[in-house]
Design a protein around this ligand. Sequence first.
Ligand code: GLY
Length: 419
Amino acid sequence: MKVLVVGQGAREHALVRALRLSPSVTEVHAWPGNPGMVSEALCHPGEVGDSSALMKLVKKTSMDLVVIGPEQPLAFGLADDLRSAGVAVFGPSRQAAQLEASKIFAKEFMTEAGVPTSAYQVVTSLSELKSTLAEFSPPFVLKADGLAAGKGVVICASETEALEVGKQILQDKTLGSAGDRLLVEQHQRGYELSFLCLTEGQGHQLLPLAQDHKRLKDSDVGPNTGGMGAVAPIAISESLMAEIQEKIIYPSIRQIQAMGMLYRGILYIGVMVTETGPMVLEYNVRFGDPEAQVVLPLLEGDWGDVFFKVARGDLPQLQWKPLASACVVLAAENYPQGPVQGTPIEGDVSFQTASSYFLHGGTGRDSQTGTWVTKGGRVLNAVGLGSSLPEALQHAYSQAESVNWKGLQKRMDIGHRQL
Ligand code: GLY
């Protein structure tokens, strides 16, 4: 089977790697992919959002399956376009992708489904924001309604800060039309879990439970990022798991059915476990990044076969290796505000051992010398596997030690909650 992965980050590199290791897959292609995956996939230059060029490529190369990594092409309806052309696609429809592309749509969906989530209000102007803040207590959570490349959620300690952020988003349009509407949400304290549900729209299979680390610095301080590292599987009590299945996962899948959404892919449910019980923070309509990096290597089986079956509307049973995995993100200087690009990377970016390797998210080649440089925020991911989480973490951190660059940022406490 020939498979095309759409996207260009470390999550897509993890998908490429998983497909390379799938006996059912004979060729792995990427659109556009990245320079770090060229030895594992045939990368085709193009824009992730250029649906007509992508359709041409899929037809010309007689691709058997397309796996869509990021949310933007899903929100633009790429999966629908490909399905209309008779192509098997792993990824939900445009309608379903609204669960991630509109935070307000997602909140209304949760209300309909009876899924627990924080109280919220929608505002469209600064004056509305000011009066709405009075109904909430600090810290204030502001969420842009639309897709904002990981910059759409800001936690503000004070009203002054919330009004400043609100001004930037609502008036100065720093996030473009994604910030036309803003949600003010009651802040919740607790810890986050990433539930990745494989679904064909009717039932679901849970992937190993993962935990991301969204803040830039150790001990969960500093700005929010796309994710600085992840571990899996996470152990939680049977009673908490049962509560989350009953109150969150089953009702979410039932609501997808009730709304007649075509959903063949991953439903990622970001859950906050609070003192008053679990609540949904967000839905994502794709694998998490970096959660994919830790979950994909744990399958006992063939991802190509799993994706193809789901793309055709079947839901296979999944089995998991008795392993743990860890991912440590190595970020560029000044990430996330303005990652420094073009910094030379010292060390061997293709270094690997039997239990650790790099996935590329934001690397590039210097145009003069061909040497590796930083070309994005989350530059490399060091992934480690082991028979226990401490072992997996040890492998990931020693893998991470094999490279360096000026201003490299990494957290040293990935997995701390589990240890
Ligand atoms: N790790 C968070 C996300 O993928 O959205």
